[in-house]
Ligand binder design. Structure first.
Ligand SMILES: Nc1nc2c(ncn2[C@@H]2O[C@H](COP(=O)(O)OP(=O)(O)OP(=O)(O)O)[C@@H](O)[C@H]2O)c(=O)[nH]1
Ligand SMILES: [Mg+2]
Length: 344
C-alpha cells in the first residue's frame, strides 16, 4: 500500500440538505468538526476537514445543502455550496438512500419508471444563483433520468456547471434493506457524467474505505499540502461557535434555530481553563425568551451541552458565558451576514 505514489487534492461534499454531508465529513476526518442535526440547513458555511493517510491526503469540503433558496441567508448558503465546486479535484454528490428509495417507490406506484426524454422544468432560483456565480455552461440542454430524485437532479445540474465528473455516495444504508440499494445504483448510474457510485453509512462507517479508494485515482500526484496532524482550516473559535449553534438546532424547534447566529466575542486562554464568551444573536424578542427559557433553564441546558463539546474539542476545561442579543433581521442584512461569515 505505502509504495503507491502520494496523491493530494480537494474533494467537495455536496448534496441536498439533511443527507448527511457533515456526518460524512466528520467520519472521513475521524473528528467532530462539522455540526450535525436532524433538521435541514444546519450547515451554513464551507468547512474543510483534512484526512491524511499513508499514501494520500484529501482536503474535504463540507457545504450547506443545495435547495431552492429564497431568503438572503439561504441564498448565501447555497452560494457557498456552489462556490465549493470550483477548482476541486473530486466532487462527491451525497444522497440520502432512504429518500432516493422512497422516490423510486413513488414512481413505481405511478407506473412511470421510464426515463423522460424532455428536460425537467427549470427552477428559476437555481438558475439565477448559478448564473450570477459563474455563468458557466448551459444546463437547459441537460436531461436527467427522472428516476433520480428531483432534489438530486437539481444538485447534479449545478455540479455539471463546474465539473465534468463526480462520484455519488449513497448514504444512510444502515437504515435500508440491501435489496433497496441496487435499484438506486441502477437509477443513479444513468446520471450524466457520473463516476463510481458507493453505498455508505456515514453513521456506522460502512463503505467509507471503498469511498476513499474511489476518490484516490482522481487526486493529482503531489505532496501533502498540510501537516498530518492538521485536521481543519477553521479556528477553534469558529468550531466552538458552531457547537453552540448545534445545541440550538438540537434543543429548540420551529423557526428558532433558523433565526440564530452564534459568535465568540471573547476567547481567553487562562492557565487552567479557557474562558469563552459567546453571543447568540436572535431576530426577535420572542426567540430570546425561548432560548433563555423559564428561570434560564433552557439557556443552562444549551450552554452546558455546548461547553461539554468545547471541552472535548479543545482538550481543556472551558468556562462558557452565553449572552443573547436581539439583532432585528440579521439574516436579511448583508453586513451582518458578512460579519458572521455567511457571505464570501
Ligand atoms: N441513519 C443514518 N442517519 C444519518 C447518516 N448520516 C447522517 N445521518 C443523520 O441525518 C441527519 C442529517 O445529518 P447532517 O450530517 O447534519 O446532514 P447535512 O447533509 O450536513 O445537512 P445540512 O447541513 O442541513 O445540509 C442527522 O440526524 C444525522 O444523524 C447515516 O449514515 N445513517
Ligand atoms: Mg451539514
Amino acid at each position: 500500500m505505502s509504495q503507491r505514489v502520494f496523491r493530494c487534492g480537494y474533494a467537495t461534499l455536496i448534496g441536498q440538505p439533511n443527507v448527511g454531508k457533515s456526518t460524512l465529513l466528520n467520519r472521513l476526518v475521524g473528528e467532530k468538526l462539522a455540526i450535525v442535526s436532524p433538521k435541514p440547513q444546519t450547515t451554513r458555511d464551507q468547512i474543510r476537514g483534512i484526512w491524511t493517510g499513508p499514501d494520500s491526503q484529501v482536503i474535504f469540503l463540507d457545504t450547506p445543502g443545495v435547495h431552492q433558496a429564497r431568503s438572503p441567508l439561504n441564498r448565501a448558503m447555497v452560494g457557498q455550496a456552489i462556490e465549493a465546486l470550483e477548482s476541486v479535484d473530486v466532487v462527491i454528490l451525497v444522497i440520502d438512500g432512504q429518500e432516493a428509495g422512497r422516490w423510486l417507490d413513488r414512481l413505481g406506484k405511478r407506473g412511470t419508471e421510464m426515463p423522460t426524454l424532455a428536460p425537467p422544468p427549470m427552477e428559476p432560483d437555481e438558475l439565477e444563483i448559478g448564473d450570477r456565480m459563474e455563468g458557466k455552461g448551459d444546463d437547459k440542454k441537460v436531461s436527467i433520468d427522472d428516476r433520480i430524485a428531483p432534489g438530486d437532479r437539481r444538485v447534479i445540474r449545478q455540479i455539471l456547471r463546474y465539473s465534468h465528473r463526480y462520484l455519488i455516495a449513497i448514504n444512510k444504508i444502515d437504515r435500508m434493506a440491501p435489496r433497496k440499494i441496487l435499484p438506486i445504483i441502477a437509477a443513479y448510474a444513468n446520471a450524466p457524467a457520473v463516476g463510481p457510485i458507493v453505498p455508505i453509512s456515514a453513521r456506522t462507517g460502512d463503505g467509507i474505505q471503498a469511498l476513499r479508494e474511489a476518490i484516490r485515482p482522481w487526486l493529482p500526484e503531489r505532496e501533502a499540502e498540510f501537516e498530518p496532524d492538521e485536521l481543519t482550516d477553521r479556528s477553534l473559535r469558529f468550531l466552538c461557535a458552531e457547537l453552540l449553534r448545534e445545541q440550538v438546532f438540537l434543543q429548540t424547534r420551529d423557526e428558532v434555530p433558523y433565526g440564530v447566529a452564534c459568535e465568540i466575542e471573547v476567547w481567553e486562554e487562562l492557565p487552567d481553563l479557557t474562558h469563552v464568551k459567546a453571543i447568540v444573536h436572535v431576530e426577535k424578542q420572542a426567540q430570546r425568551g425561548i432560548l433563555v427559557g423559564k428561570g434560564g433553564q433552557q439557556m443552562k441546558a444549551l450552554a452546558s451541552a455546548a461547553r461539554e463539546g468545547m471541552e472535548q474539542l479543545t482538550g481543556r476545561k472551558v468556562f462558557l458565558e452565553v449572552h443573547v442579543r436581539v439583532e432585528p433581521q440579521w439574516s436579511e442584512r448583508m453586513e451582518m451576514l458578512k460579519q458572521f461569515g455567511y457571505v464570501l
